[in-house]
Design a protein around this ligand. Structure first.
Ligand SMILES: [Zn+2]
Length: 286
């Protein structure tokens, strides 16, 4: 994919420079201790010597800087360019429909992250949090896609990020809240079916976005295949087969490998967001 030298999004927050887990807790506790000592002895002018050069400066600082490798930096820039492309695309689409697109945020993190939807770890995979309209991604997920699921390639980033942005579009259009309301009345199986419909539509939106990227001349030969490999690699049937050796369709929440790549492809060939109705067709014909 052609991405270097293009606009990066201003809605990206890179939290990867912050050390996670126990280091953060350690910093927090240390900060509290320093504050308390400072209060007890008053003034606190000599605190620096207790912690070595600059040690006193940790007071109030709750996170520790770690530096990014050149590869990590580049991946962050790449994600930011793709995110900017989704902004351009959806701003235009909403405008054509007489609507205003509220741009989402993207948070890059390492290990774990706290969000308006609660606490999450990298094991969750990339996700969209509706209350704060934010996409959260630990970019090491893509190494895992390549290693574990046999889906390498730079366009996998574009597929995954634009899929998550697709959930944001569903949020703005009211689809997410409608589905949540319907799920309250539904059985577990029906609830899962609604999730599959949401996910396949997000895959469709990712395909529509890929169509746009292609039209802009950003795609390399093989990019769409990379996305299709990724879409089918993370189908529920394949993941379940790998994890437990058998498939339970009622428990599907993302769709099968075949469905995911087919809806992505439909988005890519039509390039038309309005052609992605995954809610009207009968479930077994999706
Ligand atoms: Zn999704």
């Amino acid at each position: 994919m052609q991405w270097k030298g293009r606009r990066q999004s201003t809605n990206v927050e890179d939290r990867r420079r912050m050390a996670g887990g126990t280091m953060v807790a350690g910093g927090g506790i240390l900060a509290i201790i320093v504050t308390i000592i400072g209060l007890l002895i008053g003034g606190g002018g000599d605190l620096g010597s207790l912690f070595g050069p600059g040690g006193g400066a940790v007071a109030g600082q709750t996170q520790t800087e770690v530096s990014l490798t050149p590869h990590q930096k580049e991946m962050g820039e790449f994600a930011s360019v793709i995110f900017a492309d989704t902004e351009d695309f959806w701003n235009e689409q909403f405008k054509e429909s007489g609507l205003t697109y509220e741009e989402p945020r993207l948070v890059l993190f390492t290990g774990s992250v706290s969000t308006a939807s609660g606490y999450a770890t990298s094991a969750t995979g990339p996700f969209y949090s509706p209350p704060d309209k934010t996409v959260y991604i630990d970019l090491t997920f893509f190494d895992e896609m390549a290693r574990k699921y046999g889906a390498p390639g730079d366009f996998v980033y574009a597929y995954v990020i634009s899929h998550e942005v697709g959930h944001h579009v569903q949020n703005l259009l009211g689809t997410l809240s409608q589905v949540t309301a319907m799920q309250r009345q539904a059985s577990k199986t029906q609830g899962n079916e609604l999730m599959v419909r949401l996910e396949l539509q997000a895959d469709f939106f990712a395909g529509v976005f890929a169509h746009h990227e292609h039209a802009q001349g950003y795609l390399d030969v093989g990019d769409i295949d990379e996305a299709l490999v990724a879409a089918s690699a993370i189908g529920d049937d394949r993941l379940q087969m790998q994890a437990q050796g058998y498939v339970v369709p009622d428990s599907f929440t993302h769709g099968t490998s075949e469905q995911r790549s087919r809806w992505f492809k439909l988005g890519y060939t039509t390039g038309d967001p309005s052609k992605g109705d995954t809610f009207t067709p009968a479930y077994n014909s999706l």
